[in-house]
Write a protein that binds this ligand. Structure first.
Ligand code: SF4
Ligand code: SF4
Length: 281
């Protein structure tokens, strides 16, 4: 990793802009150096998987971020990375070691995706793939295989500030890296307090899990195409969920609905807290 990128990340942590994402401040040495994830690592292979939905929730029901519509991306991406990893070993030999990473290991996925030429990091902090947009999961394989590097993507947002203006929490103000303490996605998913801050209650509208606003307004997402990955399609049961259903949900019902969904991260108590916020509005 370049010293500049490592320094920018540390500055983000040192200024407290990681908010309630305490995990982001851990394993800084590993984040700087993937060779600490896998001894003898020589290359990082990055992949992106489209999750833009083909079907959407009704706007009247509590809104989940698109990435949480289908099966948990950790499971979906991990399965595919393991298949790719097996293929790499098949063609390169068993002596090659690999480590698959999907958001659970301290790998700087967006940085490596830029280095791999997949896209650039927008002002909204997502990886933007030219011509395709940002509704993509990233996965990485750290490997001992020595590969010829791709050219990094050199594009930028230019003069656009659409996401900064649209952000309901002001988390992108001043063109600085995201202030997670002002980000509704972070607060509705990662925050463990019993109540959300009052300003967030007012800003979140009928969102219940995550926020897509800074991606929704991004011009690069105008031509977003629905994902063809079957596991990422929303179920009929998910699309039919109402505020009343969630208010009445007990733990077994939550597990039935979300045990293979990214939504399990917020737990039933978090989901109800977020819903209560909306009900009280
Ligand atoms: S996810 Fe929502 S709150 Fe967070 S930076 Fe984007 S627009 Fe702002
Ligand atoms: S909305 Fe504009 S500034 Fe924000 S990420 Fe997209 S292109 Fe960049």
């Amino acid at each position: 990793m370049s010293p500049d990128a490592a320094l920018r990340y540390r500055r983000w942590i040192d200024t407290g802009r990681n908010g309630c994402m305490d995990w982001a401040a851990r394993y800084l040495d590993v984040r700087d150096n993937p060779q600490l994830l896998l001894e003898g690592a020589r290359s990082v292979i990055m992949v992106a998987m489209n999750y833009y939905p083909a079907q959407f929730q009704s706007p009247d029901v509590p809104q989940f971020a698109y990435y949480a519509y289908g099966r948990d991306y950790h499971e979906v991406m991990r399965d595919r990375l393991h298949q790719l990893s097996a293929y790499i070993k098949e063609i390169a030999g068993d002596g090659v070691a690999t480590r698959c990473c999907v958001d659970t290991a301290p790998l700087r996925e967006r940085y490596w995706a830029v280095q791999a030429g997949i896209g650039f990091v927008g002002r909204n902090n997502t990886l933007i793939i030219p011509g395709k947009g940002s509704y993509f999961f990233l996965g990485g394989i750290v490997t001992t295989l020595e590969l010829h590097p791709d050219d990094p993507c050199q594009l930028t947002c230019g003069d656009c500030k659409a996401c900064e203006k649209a952000c309901p929490g002001g988390a992108l103000a001043g063109g600085l890296p995201v202030d997670a303490s002002r980000c509704l996605s972070c607060l509705t998913i990662e925050y463990r307090g019993e109540e959300l801050p009052q300003w967030a209650r007012e800003a979140m509208g009928n969102r219940i899990y995550g926020c897509d606003e800074c991606q929704r307004v991004c011009p690069h997402n105008r031509g977003a195409q629905p994902t063809a990955v079957p596991e990422l399609q929303p179920s009929e049961a998910f699309l039919a969920l109402t505020a009343q259903d969630i208010a009445a949900m007990d733990q077994p019902a939550f597990s039935r609905c979300f045990s293979h969904s990214a939504v399990k991260r917020t737990k039933l108590t978090g989901l109800k807290r977020n819903l209560n916020t909306n009900n009280e509005k």
